[in-house]
Design a protein around this ligand. Structure first.
Ligand code: ADP
Ligand code: MG
Length: 252
C-alpha cells in the first residue's frame, strides 16, 4: 500500500508562555484526505496547537509545513489563503448579523479583493448565491435571514462551520465541534463533518470518543503539551497509557 501524502507536518513544534511549554516538541504528520482527531485532557495544548497551525500564535521553536509551504511564523491571512481554515472552540458570531451576511462576509474576505469591489451588484449577487449554497451544506438555508444571535446553539456552531467552508479550505481545523451539544446536534454534526470531509483533510479536537470513533482515521493524544500516543483509533483507544491518562476519566 502506498502511504498517503502528508499535507501537514510539524517538526519539534513548541510554544512557551512565560517559560511554560504549552506545546512541547510536537511532531505531527497529517495524511491528506483523512480525518485526524486530537484528543487529550483540558490544558493539554490542543487549542494552542491550532493557534500555531493557523498563525494566531507564533511558535517558540520548530517548524510547520503545509502542502509543501513552510508556514512557520506566517501571518494568519497568508495561511488561510494557502487553504487552512478553522472553527473556534468559543463561538464568535455577531448577534445582529444574519446567517447569510456572516457567510457573505466570510466569502468576501476569502477573495482577496478587499472592500473596493464589495459594492458591485454582480459580486454581491455572486456572494449571495454562494452563501445560500454554503448555508444549505450545513442545513441552515431556511435560517439564512435570521440574526445569528437568535439561532439555537447547535445552529450557531453549524453557521461557524459554513464560515470556515467559505474559504474552500484544503485543511479544516475544528476545535471541539460538538462541545456542549445534545445528542441530536452531535449526530447532526457527525453527519455534517462526514459530508464536508469529502475532498479535504480535517483535524478535529474532540472529547466525545463516540464521535472520534465514527469519524477519525487517526488519533493523536496530547498530554501536557506532548504527544502521548498516536495511531489508528482502534489501537489508540486500547492503549493503556491513553486509558490511564484520558479515557479513564471518562469511564470513571
Ligand atoms: P487545551 O485546548 O488542550 O485545553 P490550551 O491549548 O488551551 O489547552 O492550553 C494549554 C496550556 O497553555 C494551558 O495550561 C493554558 O493555561 C496555557 N495557555 C494557553 N494559552 C495561553 C496564553 N495565551 N497565555 C498563557 N498561557 C496560555
Ligand atoms: Mg481547547
Amino acid at each position: 500500500m502506498t502511504q498517503p501524502r502528508a499535507i501537514l507536518v510539524t517538526q519539534d513544534l513548541s510554544r512557551e508562555f512565560q517559560g511554560f511549554r504549552a506545546v512541547n516538541s510536537v511532531n505531527l504528520s497529517i495524511a491528506e484526505g483523512t480525518v485526524h482527531a486530537l484528543v487529550g485532557p483540558n490544558g493539554a495544548g490542543k487549542t494552542t496547537l491550532f493557534n500555531l497551525l493557523t498563525g494566531f500564535l507564533k511558535p517558540s521553536d520548530g517548524r510547520i509545513v503545509f502542502a509543501g509551504h513552510d508556514i512557520t511564523g506566517q501571518p494568519p491571512e497568508r495561511i488561510a489563503r494557502l487553504g487552512v481554515a478553522r472553527s473556534f472552540q468559543v463561538t464568535s458570531l455577531f448577534p445582529q448579523m444574519t446567517a447569510r451576511e456572516h457567510v457573505q462576509l466570510a466569502l468576501q474576505s476569502g477573495t482577496g479583493l478587499g472592500h473596493r469591489f464589495w459594492r458591485t451588484d454582480k459580486l454581491m449577487r455572486r456572494f449571495s448565491a454562494r452563501a445560500v449554497e454554503l448555508l444549505d451544506e450545513v442545513e441552515l438555508a431556511h435560517h439564512a435571514d435570521r440574526p445569528a444571535g437568535t439561532l439555537p446553539y447547535g445552529q450557531k456552531r453549524a453557521l461557524e462551520l459554513a464560515l470556515a467552508l467559505a474559504l474552500d479550505p484544503r485543511l479544516l481545523l475544528l476545535d471541539e465541534p460538538t462541545a456542549g451539544m445534545g445528542l441530536e446536534d452531535v449526530e447532526r454534526t457527525v453527519a455534517l463533518v462526514d459530508r464536508i470531509r469529502e475532498g479535504r483533510t480535517v483535524v478535529m479536537v474532540e472529547h466525545n470518543m463516540t464521535v472520534v470513533g465514527s469519524l477519525a482515521d487517526a488519533v493523536t493524544v496530547l498530554q501536557r503539551g506532548e504527544v502521548l500516543v498516536e495511531g489508528p483509533y482502534d489501537r489508540v483507544k486500547t492503549d493503556p497509557r491513553v486509558i490511564e491518562a484520558y479515557l479513564g476519566a471518562d469511564v470513571a
